[in-house]
Design a protein around this ligand. Sequence first.
Ligand code: SAM
Length: 295
Amino acid sequence: MSEHKAIATPTRTREILDRYHFAFKKSLGQNFLIDVNILQNIIDVAGISKETNVIEIGPGIGALTEQLAIAANKVVAFEIDGRLVPILEHTLQSYSNIDIINQDILKSNVRELWNKAFADDKEVKIVANLPYYITTPILMHLLMENLPISSITVMIQKEVAERMAAKHSTKEYGSLTIAIQYYTKASVEMVVPKTVFMPQPRVDSAVLHLEMRKEPPVYVENEPFFFDFVQACFQQRRKTLRNNLSRYLKDKLQRQEIENVLEAAEIDGSRRGESLNIQEFADLANRFYLELSNS
Ligand code: SAM
């Protein structure tokens, strides 16, 4: 903890906002953290030490960035809102291990910045209190960039965290769960009350921890097809696999051909997508991919 008062307190946050006449932009998901204990918990879950470099998305006025700078070796933070840059320069002036990059994370090429940002070979983790309006696009963007990171720890909307870490045969389980499971091992680490934010969001929040896998847990013939296929199996949740697949493949395969593939995979077409585990999805997607490639 630094010797001066942390940014993440209601009084210090209010003071900073007033001083810069800062008006929150709802459209950018600006809900700042005002509780140091929660930040400490996030840092503990992420497992940050002086041997870790961190990428943060959306530093805001620096509440989490400050605690990360204290705990980590180096922090590189991407902030889309240019109005926050001079504020961050002021609030974080006593830390020399922070780079602020005024960029939209969705348009940034983190890989390209990597060597310049991290001169050493310490492990890199992503930690953030994400803007809720684009949680899924941000996480998918980061996962698909295939960055050499070891984990992602993020505060996000509770319902989304539960969907990402869901078990099969639950109502939260869906194509998002499969995409996250393909790249990571996901766990919801804690549920966080609205009262630790300024302004308070309308939804509940949770801290999600994603431990990156070295290899996907299943073999997939073609990744874009696999993700598309899984999405199709959940297109109408209450419908059977048979129905969802008939719709999805209607211009490409006959009903009987679809039945044959299901049979060969030993998967009952009257099951619903939510009952299939990732292994079953991979097996089925691979069989359909090969069938389509040969037809
Ligand atoms: N980290 C701060 C905290 O915990 O108090 C602020 C978190 S706030 C929920 C989300 C932050 O992400 C805001 O500062 C917002 O301006 C920023 N942001 C929104 N969209 C972004 C994007 N596409 N790229 C980078 N930053 C973004």
